[in-house]
Write a protein that binds this ligand. Structure first.
Ligand code: 26Q
Length: 812
C-alpha cells in the first residue's frame, strides 16, 4: 500500500485534535497511539467494506471460526506491518514530533484468551485474511481479559485486566446487527394452521448481543477480514415490567446482570469450572453468531435454508461453542419451520470440530439439570439427538451395553460436549500428528471405529508476520537478503536458508542478531524484575501456562540440581546459563500456584548466591502475555518443550521459538515430533520416555518413584531441598514433594513422570550447554531450525483447513 504522507499527517492531526480538544501540541504517547490507529482505520475503511460486499455479492462460501477465545495481543504494530506502512508512518509521526515506538507501547494487549488455543485462533484469522479466504471469526468481547499477574512475595496475585478502559480504536460497534439471546423459560407446543406442531420457548430471560467488529488486515493484500465479538447488554423489553413497577434500582441491577455474560474470561485453560456463567457465555456467543450467519444468508432472496451448508462451514474451536449444534437445530426447526431430518442434514454438513486436549479430566461436560434449566428446548433436542444416535449404536453393537453407556451423549447426569460434537460434525481433527493418532487409538477410539472417515489431522501453525517479521525485524531482514522477501507470504521458502549452512558470514550474522535480541530481553528483565542478567550467558526459556503436565517442575528440579553441583564444586565445567520462566496459573489451581512460588524461591536463593552467580541465574518474567512473548522468543537460544509425552496436544510456542532460531530441548510430544523431523534430529535435544513408553509404564502399574530416587542420588538430594529447610523453614513445598513421592488427594505419585524423566533431561541439558559453547556449531543448529520452520506457518495449516474441511477458495 502506498501512503500519501501529507494526507495521512492531516488525518493523524485531526484525530489528535479530536482526542485532546486542543490541537496537536503536547500530545501524549497514548493520544498518538489512538490517533494513528484511527487514521489507519480511515485508510482501510473502504477496503473493509468492499471486501464484505464482494463476498456477499459473489455468493462465496465462508468459513466461520467460533471460538470462546481470541488472544490478539497488540494490533497497531501488526496492522502497520501487514499494510507495509510501518516505515512511512514512523516518518510521518517523527515529523510531527511524535514517537511511534512509544505510542505502540501504550496499547494494552487484547488478552481475550488463556493460551495456545486462543492464540491459535488469532493466528488463524490473520492467515485467513492473508490468503484472501472468505471467513469470519466469532467470539466474546470480554470486558476483562486474561488477568494481569502480579508477583507479591514470590506468589501470583491476580488483578483485573480492564483492557478497554480507555477505549479501543480498533473495534466498531455495530448496533444494527444486534441479536437477542434467550435463556431459561419453558417450552410450549403450538399447532400450526396446517395441523402440524411447532415448539416455542416462552417466558425467557432475554439478553441483547451487540457485535463489535475488528478489521483483520492481511499481509500484502486488499483483503480485510472481520473478527466479530459479542458484548452482552440487557434487553429493555425484559425489564419493562420492572420499570412499570417503578422498581428502578432492580431494573438497573438486571441490566447489570445481563452484562455479566461478557464480563470476564474464565482463566482456567483446562477442565470445566462447573460454573453456570461459563456455560451461559458459551450459549450467548454461539446463539448470537448463528443468528447472524442465518440473517446474512437469508438476506439473499430466494435462498433456501436447507442449503445453508453450501454457504457456510462452522469450525468449533474445542467444545466451548459446541452448544451451537442443538442451537442450530432449534433455529432451523422452531424459528424457520424446517423438519428434523432436513435440519439434521444441514447441521451435520455444517459443523467441524477441533479437539485440543487428551486429558480426560479436561473434556467438557455439564450437569443435565443445569443445561435443562438454562436451555429447556436445547435439552429436548440433545435428548432426541442422543436417542437417534443410540439407535444407530445399538444396531451396530447390539451386545455391547458398556459401549452404549460410554458413548452416550447423556450419561451420569451429564451432557458430554465432545460426544455431541463428534456425533454432529462431519470432521473431527487433532492439532498435531501424534495428537490425532492418540485421539484415534485411545481417547476417541470407539468413535473412530464408528466413523473413521470423520477423523483427520491439522498440525497447528503460527503466523510468521507477527512471530518473525514483527517480533524479530533483524532476522526478517537477513531472510529478505538470503532467501528472498517472499518468505513473508510463503514460509516454505526459508528452506533455502540451508544453502548458507556453511556460510560463515551468515552464521555470524545469526549470532549478532541473537545477541541484539538477548540485549533487548536483558533490558526488559531489568525493568520488570530488577534482576541483572548477563546477555552473554546461554538463554534457556520455558514460557507457557503453568501446568503439571508441562513439567515446569522438571526444569526447576534440575536447576536445584545444578545449584547443588556448583556448590560442591564451584569450578565445575558449566556454561553460564540464565533460565527464564513465564507462566500464569489458573486462579483455582493450587499446585500450579505453589510451583510459581517454588520458582521464585529458587530464583531468590540462586541469584543471591555468590558461589554460583556467574554460572546460573533464574528469572521469572511476570505477567507473561503476547506483547512480552514478542521479546522472549527472538532472544531464546534453548526452547524448553518438556511435557510428559502424549499430554501436550501440539504446542505452538515451540514453533515460534524454532522460527526465531532457538533449539528445541524437549520430549517427543505434540508438534515437537514434527519440529525435530523438519529441523533434523542432530539440531535438537530430545530426551525422556515416548508416549508409548509412558502409556506402558502407567498401565504396568509398576512405576515406583522411590526406585528412581535410589537409582539417582543426586535427584534425591535435589528433591530433598524442597523439604529440608534449604528453601526456607515453613515447609511450604511439602505438598509438591508429597505429590511426587506419595501422591496427594488420591492421585498416584508423580503422575507426570518428572522423576522418571529427570536423568535423561539433566543429560541433554548438559549436552545442550556444551553444544552452545561451540558458537559456529550452535549458529548452524539455529540456521537449520529456522530453515526447517516452513511447515509451521499457520498459512499452511489454514490452506489445509480450507481445502480439506471447509471447501472454500480464495476470493482472488
Ligand atoms: C473449558 C471449560 C470451562 C472453562 C475453561 C475451559 C477451557 C479454556 C481454555 C479449556 C481449555 C482451554 C485452552 C486450552 C488450550 O489452550 N489448549 C492448547 O491448545 C493449543 C492449540 O491447539 C495446543 O497447541 C496445546 O497443546 C493445547 O494445550
Amino acid at each position: 500500500m502506498n501512503l500519501d504522507k501529507e494526507k495521512f499527517e492531516d488525518r493523524v492531526s485531526y484525530w489528535i485534535d479530536r482526542g485532546t480538544g486542543d490541537g496537536t501540541e503536547g500530545a501524549t504517547d497514548r493520544q498518538a497511539y489512538e490517533a494513528v490507529s484511527r487514521a489507519l482505520m480511515d485508510l482501510i475503511w473502504n477496503k473493509w467494506r468492499d471486501c464484505e460486499k464482494d463476498i456477499k455479492s459473489r455468493g462465496l462460501k465462508r468459513a466461520y471460526y467460533l471460538s470462546a477465545e481470541f488472544l490478539m495481543g497488540r494490533t497497531l504494530g501488526n496492522n502497520m506491518i501487514n499494510l507495509g506502512l510501518r516505515g512511512d508512518v514512523a516518518e510521518v509521526l517523527k515529523s510531527m514530533g511524535l514517537d511511534l515506538n512509544a505510542a505502540e507501547q501504550t496499547e494494552p494487549d487484547a488478552a481475550l484468551g488463556n493460551g495456545g488455543l486462543g492464540r491459535l485462533a488469532a493466528c488463524f484469522i490473520e492467515s485467513l485474511a492473508s490468503l484472501d479466504l472468505p471467513a469470519r471469526g466469532y467470539g466474546i468481547r470480554y470486558q476483562y481479559g486474561m488477568f494481569r499477574q502480579e508477583i507479591v512475595d514470590g506468589r501470583q496475585v491476580e488483578r483485573p485486566d480492564d483492557w478497554v478502559a480507555k477505549g479501543d480504536p480498533w473495534s466498531v460497534r455495530r448496533g444494527n446487527r444486534t441479536a437477542v439471546v434467550r435463556f431459561g423459560g419453558h417450552v410450549v407446543s403450538e399447532e400450526q394452521p396446517d395441523g402440524s406442531h411447532r415448539f416455542k420457548t416462552v417466558n425467557t430471560e432475554n439478553i441483547k448481543a451487540i457485535p463489535y467488529d475488528m478489521p483483520i488486515i492481511g499481509w500484502d493484500t486488499d483483503t480485510v477480514g472481520t473478527l466479530r465479538l459479542w458484548e452482552a447488554e440487557s434487553d429493555n423489553g425484559f425489564n419493562l415490567q420492572l420499570f412499570n413497577d417503578m422498581d428502578y434500582i432492580r431494573a438497573v441491577e438486571a441490566q447489570n446482570r445481563a452484562g455479566d455474560l461478557s464480563r470476564v474470561l474464565y482463566p482456567n485453560d483446562s477442565g470445566p469450572t462447573g460454573k453456570a456463567l461459563r456455560l451461559r457465555q458459551q450459549y450467548f456467543f454461539s446463539s448470537a453468531s448463528l443468528q447472524d450467519i442465518i440473517r446474512e444468508y437469508k438476506k439473499v432472496k430466494g435462498r433456501d435454508l436447507t442449503l445453508l451448508h453450501e454457504m457456510a462451514a462452522i469450525q468449533l474451536n474445542d467444545t466451548h461453542p459446541v452448544i451451537a449444534i442443538p442451537e442450530l437445530m432449534r433455529l432451523l426447526m422452531d424459528e424457520e419451520g424446517m423438519g428434523w431430518d432436513t435440519s439434521w442434514n444441514v447441521v451435520t454438513k455444517t459443523f467441524a470440530y477441533t479437539n485440543h486436549t487428551v486429558l480426560a479430566e479436561a473434556l467438557e461436560k455439564w450437569p443435565i439439570d443445569l443445561f435443562r434449566s438454562e436451555f429447556p428446548r436445547l435439552m429436548q433436542i440433545v435428548e432426541e439427538i442422543n436417542r437417534r444416535f443410540m439407535v444407530v449404536l445399538v444396531e451396530k453393537f447390539p451386545q455391547d451395553r458398556q459401549r452404549h453407556h460410554r458413548m452416550s451423549i447423556l450419561a451420569d447426569g451429564m451432557v458430554k460436549m465432545a460426544w455431541l460434537a463428534i456425533a454432529a460434525s462431519f470432521s473431527v481433527n487433532g492439532v498435531a500428528a501424534l495428537h490425532t493418532e492418540i485421539l484415534k487409538n485411545e481417547v476417541l477410539r470407539e468413535w473412530y471405529e464408528l466413523w473413521p472417515e470423520k477423523f483427520n489431522n491439522k498440525t497447528n501453525g503460527v503466523t510468521q508476520r507477527r512471530w518473525l517479521k514483527k517480533a524479530n525485524p533483524s532476522l526478517a531482514g537477513l531472510l529478505d537478503e538470503t532467501v528472498s522477501p517472499e518468505w513473508t507470504k510463503d514460509l516454505s521458502l526459508v528452506a533455502n536458508l540451508r544453502e548458507y549452512a556453511e556460510d560463515t558470514s551468515v552464521l555470524e550474522q545469526l549470532g549478532v542478531i541473537k545477541a541484539e535480541n538477548k540485549q533487548r530481553l536483558t533490558d526488559l528483565t531489568q525493568k520488570l524484575t530488577g534482576i541483572s542478567v548477563d546477555p552473554a550467558a546461554l538463554f534457556d526459556v520455558q514460557i507457557k501456562r503453568l501446568h503439571e503436565y508441562k513439567r515446569q517442575l522438571l526444569n526447576i528440579l534440575s536447576l536445584i540440581h545444578d545449584w547443588q553441583l556448583l556448590m560442591d564444586n564451584p569450578s565445575a565445567e558449566m556454561p553460564p546459563r540464565t533460565v527464564f520462566f513465564g507462566a500464569k496459573a489458573a486462579s483455582g489451581y493450587r499446585r500450579a500456584k505453589q510451583i510459581i512460588h517454588l520458582i521464585h524461591t529458587v530464583a531468590e536463593k540462586v541469584n543471591a548466591d555468590p558461589r554460583v552467580s556467574d554460572k546460573l541465574k533464574v528469572v521469572f518474567i511476570p505477567d507473561y502475555r503476547v506483547s512480552i512473548a514478542e521479546v522472549l522468543f527472538p532472544a531464546a537460544e534453548i526452547s524448553q518443550q518438556i511435557s510428559t509425552a502424549g499430554k501436550e496436544a501440539s504446542g505452538t510456542g515451540n514453533m515460534k521459538f524454532m522460527m526465531n532460531g532457538a533449539v528445541t530441548l524437549g520430549t517427543m510430544d505434540g508438534a515437537n515430533i514434527e519440529i525435530v523431523e523438519e529441523a533434523g534430529a542432530q539440531n535438537a535435544f530430545i530426551f525422556g520416555m515416548s508416549a508409548q513408553e509412558v502409556r506402558s509404564l502407567k498401565e504396568s502399574g509398576a512405576y515406583d518413584p522411590w526406585k528412581v530416587l535410589e537409582r539417582e542420588p543426586k535427584l534425591k538430594r535435589a528433591l530433598a531441598a524442597l523439604v529440608d529447610g534449604t528453601l526456607g523453614t515453613d515447609d511450604e513445598f511439602r505438598e509438591i514433594y508429597d505429590s511426587l513421592v506419595y501422591g496427594v488427594e488420591g492421585s498416584v505419585p508423580d503422575a507426570f513422570f518428572v522423576l522418571e524423566d529427570f536423568a535423561s533431561y539433566r543429560d541433554v541439558r548438559a549436552q545442550a550447554g556444551q553444544a552452545w559453547t561451540d558458537t559456529p556449531r550452535w549458529n548452524k543448529m539455529a540456521l537449520y531450525n529456522i530453515a526447517g520452520s516452513g511447515k509451521f506457518s499457520s498459512d499452511r495449516t489454514i490452506r489445509e483447513y480450507a481445502s480439506g474441511i471447509w471447501g472454500i477458495k480464495p476470493r482472488k
